[in-house]
Design a protein around this ligand. Sequence first.
Ligand code: AMP
Ligand code: GLY
Length: 422
Amino acid sequence: MNILLLGSGGREHTFAWKIAQSPLCSKLFIAPGNAGTDSLGINTDLNVLDFKSIASFSVKESIDMILVGPEAPLVEGIADYFSNDTNLNHIQIVGPNAKAAQLEGSKAFSKVFMEKYNIPTAAYQEFNASQSAEGKAYIDQSNTPIVLKADGLAAGKGVLILEDKEEAKKELDNMLNGKFGDAGSTVVIEAFLDGIEFSVFVLTNGKDYVILPEAKDYKRIGEGDTGLNTGGMGAVSPVPFVDEKLMDKVKTRIIEPTIEGLVKDDIHYEGFIFFGLIKVGEDPMVIEYNCRMGDPETEVVIPRLKNDLVELFKAMKDNTLAKQNIEFDNRSAATIMLVSGGYPEAYAKGKPMHGLNIKTESILFHAGTKKSGNDIVTNGGRVLAITSLAESKESALQQSKSIAEEISFEGKYFRTDIGFDL
Ligand code: AMP
Ligand code: GLY
């Protein structure tokens, strides 16, 4: 099978690493990929939003399957583009169509969906530009902190948590007036949930599903979960507090009603569903859905998966997903992300990296890297995810930390306290 993987981060290097191990994969292309994916397949210079070029490339290279890493092409309708064209619809797209991707693409859509199917989530209301006064009245009658969310995709920056009502009102107007562009033309205002976050992932063909190992990521830039939000600074899997009892609640109160709700609403969902959850007291609630795998969660979840990932994708299409027995490594996986100095604000690119040939059992998943002559240089905010597997979370973290110290580039920064709260 010829497979095209779209994206260029640590998530995509992890997928490439896993897919390259599958006997079902004959040729793997990664577009655009990074310096890490380069050794596992053929990096191809395609823009993930340029569906026309992706389509002609796919025909030319006899692609059978496209795995879509990031959310933007899904929300923009790449699956529909392929399924609506008789010359392309033989190609399996792993990732939902535009309607189904609204679970991530529109916070308002996902809140309406959760309310309709009684899926536990924070109380909320949505407001558009003509409802600023109503929004402010809603803030006045809400408890603090107050959570404001831009409805659309805002590259992970569209959520504000505010302690002060006056500031919340000001930010509501800023958002409605374009602070996050069109993404904020509708704003969801919701109650703050106090608890501990974790993530659960399923792969579904819209009817059957399999549950992958859970994970917890660390989004803040600073030690002790302080400072600005990032794409993710590290992750662990399994998550010690996610026991069988909690997972049963996740399954019956969240996963099953989600899949059943999609079927009832006639929304055909094929791909990963990422449930961003929070444990409040003893109960799980949904913070958000994503229509793709997480990054850096993928870097700990996929190395624990023993199944052939391509076989699972194929089973989605063949309607045999329900028969698949998911097996995972019982060891703990931990990943630590090396980032560029200044990230998530302005940072430099093009810094030569040293120590990547280090002899280690840890896996180095490239995120923002590229080749430059004989060098590998930094090419993004998040640069490298160092994943280790060990009998305990502590020893996996220790292994990743010691590699994080060995690898160097100018401005390197990483968090030393991933998993600190578990
Ligand atoms: P989201 O983009 O919806 O995942 O939100 C980004 C982050 O904001 C989440 O990972 C949470 O840490 C936080 N967050 C979002 N909504 C809430 C909420 N209702 N209560 C508490 N924290 C929240
Ligand atoms: N790490 C969070 C995400 O991928 O959205």
